[in-house]
Write a new protein. Structure first.
Length: 171
């Protein structure tokens, strides 16, 4: 079953409100900007460097069109992003991030809840995501959201694991 990415501009959110909604193709440029800024501000550099730093309007638009995404809009500005695609019986969630000045406001929890709803609507059994082993604080963040580590993997060209695969079963 194929799903089309929405293309209409969404209505503006009221001042001070945080609104979580599906990203549209019109959101690709600000979403790419949020992703690059958020990943550039991570607590330490990773090896290999995150491909998120190379996201473009076009690459994010392609990800929205191929799967989907959610954005958290604070004061009508995109503040946090999560992209997703269907992967077997799971919704593979990626690029979960918030602008540095917007962290600590519960935006990740709201994005994960939106992803859970999208997964349930598609009859999927779980959410899945990848976190860098070099950034254990990210694994702790997602553990608080109900994710558990199911395995580790290495990036191509690396002998030792570089990422943890986390899953959250959906009731």
């Amino acid at each position: 079953m194929a799903f089309s990415a929405p293309t209409a501009d969404p209505p503006p959110s009221p001042a001070g409100a945080v609104v979580v909604r599906a990203l549209t193709l019109a959101d690709a440029e600000p979403a790419a900007e949020v992703i690059r800024a958020a990943f550039a501000a991570q607590s330490r550099a990773t090896t290999p460097p995150s491909s998120a730093l190379r996201e473009t309007t076009e690459s994010v638009a392609a990800k929205i069109a191929a799967g989907g995404g959610f954005g958290a809009f604070a004061d009508a500005r995109l503040a946090a992003v999560a992209l997703w695609q269907v992967d077997g019986d799971a919704l593979l969630v990626g690029r979960v991030c918030a602008m540095p000045e917007c962290r600590g406001r519960g935006l990740t929890s709201r994005l994960i809840a939106a992803c859970e709803s999208a997964a349930r609507a598609r009859g999927l059994a779980r959410l899945r995501l990848r976190v860098r082993l070099e950034l254990p604080e990210n694994e702790r963040l997602f553990s608080r959201e109900g994710f558990v580590r199911v395995r580790t993997e290495a990036h191509p060209g690396f002998d030792a694991p570089t990422v943890a695969i986390l899953e959250k079963p959906l009731p």
